[in-house]
Design a protein around this ligand. Sequence first.
Ligand code: SAH
Length: 345
Amino acid sequence: MKDFLKELIAREGPLPIDRYMALCLGHPRFGYYMNRDPFGAAGDFTTAPEISQIFGELVGIWCVAAWEAIGSPAPFALVELGPGRGTLMADILRATARAPEFQGALQLHLVEMSPSLRKMQQEKLGVQARWHDTIETLPDEPLIFVANEFFDALPIQQIEKRLAKFFERVVVAQDADLKLAEIPAPVFEFEQDGLHEISPISSIIAEGLGARIAALGGAGLVIDYGHLESGVGDTLQALKAHKSCGILEHPGTSDLTAHVDFARLATAFSSGGADVLPALTQGAFLNSMGLETRVAKLAAQLSGAPLADFIAGARRLVDDKEMGKLFKVLAVAQQNRAALYPFET
Ligand code: SAH
């Protein structure tokens, strides 16, 4: 990957951060997600559905309630963006088995770029699903979508505003290494001085989903780590074997993510035509969805170390010092609908 990047830079010049990120994660041969299983203890990072089954179960219950709130359309597309190992969807499908109308009406659509993860999803889900490279090819049907830790993996540009001038952060090749540099950039609408991060591709996807929801009906959840208001600061980070490393250190073999800017995402969903509800923290969302009751019910069947692990996993999802506060849940929906618990009552 490093040699490939150095040659590319020699041929085409400095790589803006979004291009670097897109190549590191999605290059067909060398891209991080394209030929590995990045999750779990043996991988580089873990995610809520991999930590506790309760996460997917509660998201599944939300999906049924949202489907009912938009008038129980049939058929409808149940869409997951970036399904990883397929664990979240497996938990959603198991938890919604007691809603046969919902299950009877759904057609499963997975947006996934990685061939190796598509294979894992196929094996894990063992049900009929259709895979898509982008949201463009989704069917023209009402949709319920979920996206957990999807938007944080989408490329960002880093633009510095300094003394009324703008500079874009780029990757250059220097001697044998990759280095960060900056090049003059066109004018952006930012007011504050400092490093601004924008993700045009995230906005395009959110606007596209918003437009589908407005035209065809639907609702969805974005769950990710990030901030509710746009600001300045460098949030791009690399993870390898559960430890943070430099973003240029292990291109193609470390995960790269950035904080999701929920304010910009919300704007994009609304400009597509969807209604955006005030976001909740992951802790508040899961607690309102009945986490404690579900924990108590499952805990009654466990003892010893499995019980302790199970309780610890559930706590990790909602604890303020763990994922409870840093992770946010944004709901979007068609305008015409019943109230969407727990975002509105
Ligand atoms: N939702 C899962 C996995 C999160 S990791 C979980 O919570 O465990 C990010 C996922 O998004 C991976 O499946 C990755 O392959 C996929 N992905 C990343 N960028 C993508 C893109 N541009 N298009 C489609 N899928 C993408």
